[in-house]
Write a protein that binds this ligand. Structure first.
Ligand code: ASP
Length: 338
């Protein structure tokens, strides 16, 4: 069966070129890729390349870009069997989460990938990543948003960039890999999301409605209050210690969080640790957060927590409905807390 894939090129190292000020996104990716693929092109699933008008170094990406990227896929959904999104690695995990939530129930593969070394450099990892991503996008057994990078297939809502200088930059710290490359590609079918009905929702994201704050020893309460005083603020992702603990002895900090929650700001607790769950009541220092109504973020990655909260706010969830929706696993993003 001839499968047709759409490759959406958004920018990122994979297609970057050197400039006087360092690497910058470069266009005309389709033609450059054809030259580099050479005879291998005939062994690949057929694909078209769609290039953004304004290519992005993903460090510059904002939540307003997410629905634009999703729209580019949704407009062409019926014409293709699968999708590859070429993206910078810096915020690729955020886009993977946002796309997974917006394309909930998607019935075709959407594979995000990129590279640590640009296409035109010797020893580039671009072709390996891109060719495997294309094959995965042509797999009729796959129907979810995933990241493929450096030999690993990762659920989109579970992916994190963990390495700056190694080629397998991404991992899935809190969930098994969906697949791995060897001589053949080993796909773990038993872990894949079951096919369902597409329920696409592409809301307008308000970039300044959610912020993230990392706790550190000695964090001033005034800094937390200042963040919580942003007039547009609706949600805060708090990166806590260990199993979800915060300095409860810092009464100013707990008070600032308490007041914000009373005003309607949603505060979510995710751990700074890579592995394991938030258990907000295990220590008195975590229980202080529980008492004031902070939502425990289970084993969500910080990126998934951030994009999930953005998505739920942008789709109109508030109060108890927001709390319940946030705590329910969505697109396989987390373990349900009992
Ligand atoms: N700054 C680049 C980007 O995220 C880094 C990369 O692609 O690896 O667009």
């Amino acid at each position: 069966m001839n499968r047709q894939i759409l490759m959406l090129y958004t920018g990122g190292t994979i297609g970057m070129a050197p400039s006087n000020g360092g690497y910058v996104p470069a266009g005309d990716f389709g033609r450059r890729l054809t030259r580099h693929l050479g005879h291998r092109a005939s062994e690949m699933p057929a694909f078209d390349v769609l290039e953004l008008d304004r290519l992005i170094d993903s460090a510059n990406l904002s939540p307003t870009h997410w629905p634009t990227l999703a729209q580019a896929l949704v407009e062409r959904w019926d014409r293709y069997d699968g999708f590859v999104v070429l993206h910078g690695t810096d915020t690729l995990s955020y886009t993977a989460g946002a796309l997974a939530y917006m394309l909930k129930g998607c019935d075709k593969p959407v594979i995000l990938t990129g590279a640590q070394i640009p296409l035109e450099r010797t020893r580039t990892d671009a072709l390996d990543n891109l060719m495997t991503a294309l094959s995965l996008a042509a797999d009729p057994g796959l129907a979810e948003v995933c990241v493929y990078f450096g030999g690993k297939l990762i659920r989109g809502t579970r992916a994190r960039k963990l390495k700056t200088s190694e080629l397998d930059a991404f991992d899935s710290p809190n969930f098994p890999l969906l697949g791995r490359t060897g001589i053949d590609f080993q796909l773990r079918h038993e872990l894949l999301l079951p096919p369902s009905e597409p329920r696409f929702q592409l809301p307008d994201f308000q970039p300044d409605s959610v912020v993230a704050l990392t706790l550190f020893p000695g964090i001033p309460a005034t800094m937390v209050s200042a963040a919580l005083a942003l007039p547009s603020l609706q949600g805060l992702i708090l990166h806590t210690y260990g199993s979800g603990n915060a300095p409860d002895a810092n009464t100013g900090l707990i008070e600032a969080l308490d007041q914000a929650i009373r005003r309607g700001v949603t505060v979510v607790n995710v751990s700074q640790c890579l592995h394991g769950l938030v258990a907000q009541k295990a220590y008195a220092s975590g229980a202080a957060l529980d008492r004031i109504g902070v939502i425990p973020g289970s084993d969500l990655t910080p990126e998934a927590a951030f994009t999930k909260l953005h998505f739920l706010l942008a789709t109109g969830h508030r109060g108890t409905a927001l709390r319940e929706a946030f705590q329910s696993p969505l697109c396989g993003d987390s373990t349900a807390l009992t």
